[in-house]
Design a binder for this molecule. Structure first.
Ligand code: SF4
Length: 168
């Protein structure tokens, strides 16, 4: 059931990325959003992510485990994702929703336009944002995780934690 949801969700996000293509700077090799975040994800997403983790070959599996150990020994609020190896997501098909959404700007239900963190460093939507306001028509869907989870109670997403906290 979750994979069916992901298929539909990915199609919708692809249309949003296409709609805002002029403002999107995402490209292969850019890993900003995988290096500076806390990656909140639900129990359901974590179980799915673990399916991808278990499929890794021995070498990559070991490197991810080492990354996790290092992160746990020096816990910080934002950190590089342990699944980023050599600038590549090694669990891409299994990545959490926050990774799929990241990069898009959208209108939250409280009326605030949410821009991705990379807007602050000259990437996505940076040309549409002067530090105070935006000059573009934002996607009119609140893509915050709590809204998505609430809209799909049948999937039973479960508890949400920062990624590293699932390993503690
Ligand atoms: S799971 Fe993959 S896409 Fe998500 S932050 Fe980690 S490396 Fe990046």
């Amino acid at each position: 059931m979750y994979e069916k949801f992901l298929n539909e969700f990915d199609k919708k996000l692809a249309a949003y990325f296409e709609r805002d293509a002029a403002a999107i700077k995402c490209k292969k090799g850019c890993t900003f959003c995988c290096e500076n975040a806390d990656y909140p994800l639900s129990l359901l997403e974590m179980k799915y992510l673990m399916q991808g983790f278990l499929k890794l070959d021995k070498s990559r599996h070991g490197r991810v485990r080492e990354n996790i150990r290092n992160l746990m020994s020096r816990r910080t609020s934002v950190y590089p994702c342990p699944f980023l190896l050599d600038g590549e997501c090694v669990v891409y098909a299994y990545r959490p929703l926050t990774c799929r959404i990241h990069g898009l700007g959208y209108l939250r239900s409280d009326g605030i336009v949410k821009l991705p963190e990379c807007a602050k460093i000259g990437l996505n939507y940076s040309e549409n944002f002067d530090g105070h306001s935006v000059d573009f028509e934002p996607i009119k869907e609140d893509l915050n995780l709590d809204k998505i989870f609430a809209a799909h109670p049948e999937l039973e997403f479960g508890e949400i934690r920062s990624m590293i906290d699932w390993f503690c």
